[in-house]
Design a protein around this ligand. Structure first.
Ligand SMILES: [Zn+2]
Length: 242
């Protein structure tokens, strides 16, 4: 369905000039099709200093007082998560359109903008990208897994990276959006497994990819599966931290 959407989009683009998804103004020529340079400037990027575990920015915290309230009690199975944007404003809107509005074509542009962040790019470099899977029923209802598209878009733009669909979600979890931190962790604790026949190479570094990191519970659960299967270096990344 991704391909069909892209073909449809290509035809629409020919008939009607494209507007930037953020500014609503006509797109300039450039590498991105739906996110202008001006529009990308409105995305709130995460810069250092940031939490070395979950990647949330340390805004307003003094040196030496940097206990991160976002991952304080997580103790994740991944080493480090890096996120490109804060899940606010335009970044949040774009991800919402990708996830719920079938606007998969926006994933390529958001990934392109994310990779302008050299820290984010370095974090992914040379790794195996592993998208967080959807449960089969959710996949059927939605028709696509936006995280797979994000991982593919990252893999296409990062030489030396490959995408491997190693994980399956075997139990359907309740929607996480209304759950608190502890409830989210319990909700996803045993939801994921290694797909049958998949092998882990302990010499490689794995980076689990999600669209948004909220509490880190999903990425933690996925990282636990990879570690149990023999992975030694496991990191995580998301386009945005919410
Ligand atoms: Zn943190």
């Amino acid at each position: 369905m991704g391909l069909l959407d892209d073909l449809d989009r290509g035809l629409v683009d020919l008939l009607f000039p494209r507007d930037c998804v953020v500014t609503q103004l006509p797109m300039e020529e450039g590498p991105r099709r739906h996110l202008s340079t001006t529009g990308a400037l409105e995305l709130i990027r995460i810069h250092d200093p940031r939490c070395s575990t979950c990647g949330h920015p340390f805004t307003g915290l003094m040196e030496g007082d940097r206990a991160c309230p976002h991952c304080l009690d997580l103790h994740p199975a991944f080493n480090r998560a890096v996120c490109a944007f804060q899940a606010k404003g335009s970044a949040r809107d774009i991800i919402h359109q990708i996830k719920y509005g079938r606007a998969l074509y926006l994933a390529d542009d958001l990934v392109d903008a994310a990779l302008e962040d050299q820290d984010f790019k370095r974090h992914l470099s040379g790794s195996i990208l592993v998208p967080v899977p959807l449960h089969a029923r959710r996949l059927r209802d939605r028709g696509y897994n936006q995280t797979e598209r994000i991982a593919r878009a990252l893999g296409q733009r990062l030489p030396g990276c490959e995408v491997q669909f190693l994980l399956a979600k075997h139990s359907e979890t309740a929607s996480q959006t209304r759950l608190d931190r502890a409830a989210r962790r319990k909700n996803v604790a045993k939801a994921f497994a290694l797909k049958p026949g998949q092998k882990i190479d302990p010499a490689r570094r794995y980076v689990i990819i999600d669209d948004v990191l909220t509490t880190g519970a999903t990425l933690h659960a996925c990282a636990q599966v990879l570690r149990s299967a023999g992975a030694i270096a496991v990191d995580a990344a998301a386009l945005a931290h919410g």
